[in-house]
Design a protein around this ligand. Sequence first.
Ligand SMILES: *Cc1c(COP(=O)(O)O)cnc(C)c1O
Length: 357
Amino acid sequence: MVGGLAADGRVIRIDLGSDTKTRPTQAMRQAMAMAEVGDEQVGEDPTTRVLEERVAALLGKEAALFTPSGTMCNQIALAVLCRAGEEVIADKTAHIGNFESGGVSVVARAPIRELDGRRGIFTADQVKAALRHPVRHAPLQRVVSIEQTSNLGGGSIWTLPEIAAVAEVARGAGLLLHMDGARLLNAVVESGVSAQAYAAQMDSVWIDLSKGLGCPVGAVMAGSRDFIEDCWRWKQRLGGALRQSGILAAAGIYALDNHVDRMKDDHANARAFAGVLAQVPGIAIDPANVQTNVIVFDVANTGWRAPDLSEKLLEKGIRVGAMGPTQMRAVTHLDVDRASTTEAAEALAALASKRPA
Ligand SMILES: *Cc1c(COP(=O)(O)O)cnc(C)c1O
């Protein structure tokens, strides 16, 4: 079947709601079915171990750890890196502060200091300005967290010099560095910069398997051997230790072999989508800012409210998410080709060009 079903049973033909909407291909399911497996939590699942070694090498780290989700990677990493009450510095749009049910304050028990970055990317000067004097009544600061690519920033890519500048200030202040790399590989295929180079300054870094890579489940975290050993205790504590996870890891290995380079197509589709929307009076979008597979735009000046526009599109079997009263987000991925992307963009443009009924 083409497309899927919304929670209310409506058929969605073209789903740009998120790159999490991909469903495993037949070939991926085949790889999963054939996976060699064992008991993961005692290190006996051979396929999971292969995936972990692949990702450790990809990210240039000593060791890696398979987890059920990217959210769990963020939670585990920050719980390991911070003591209770120690502050995490992150952008105001960061996933850790906005989409993890307050997990960082529950699991790591760490407050987040939000910076006012541009499209999710903050500067070394902003980090410097956020550093606290070492007085007893101020929280200690422990980690600077970078999101590559920035999700709510519209898939924007942190450049190596931007990372290096932030890392220099962070290191100078004795802080550690964490990278939420849910879409790190989107940045890699788009920029040609290696994942190792992006991750070089990081104490902890992870990639998601269930976003652009098209796997049903999973994420992989990497870092030093000691760091990953500490992560294991948190993974166990949170119920993330698994059994025959090779079934899932096999999808990850398949995706690393087959679904990385093709993300360039998703980026080209995203630019095409943005190009159509940019022609519509009242839609605020700069196609030059669309670097990868996420398109964030504002419909305030069309007279529409984002949830209403999203609903009208759903009636046509097309999903584009409302992120707020006037902000919308579309995300391209391997289940949406160029023709479908264009159809969705044109449907959205036609609706937004008319005043709402
Ligand atoms: C999706 C996402 C996560 C969480 O990953 P899950 O696998 O969905 O738990 C974290 N950070 C960013 C930037 C994301 O887009």
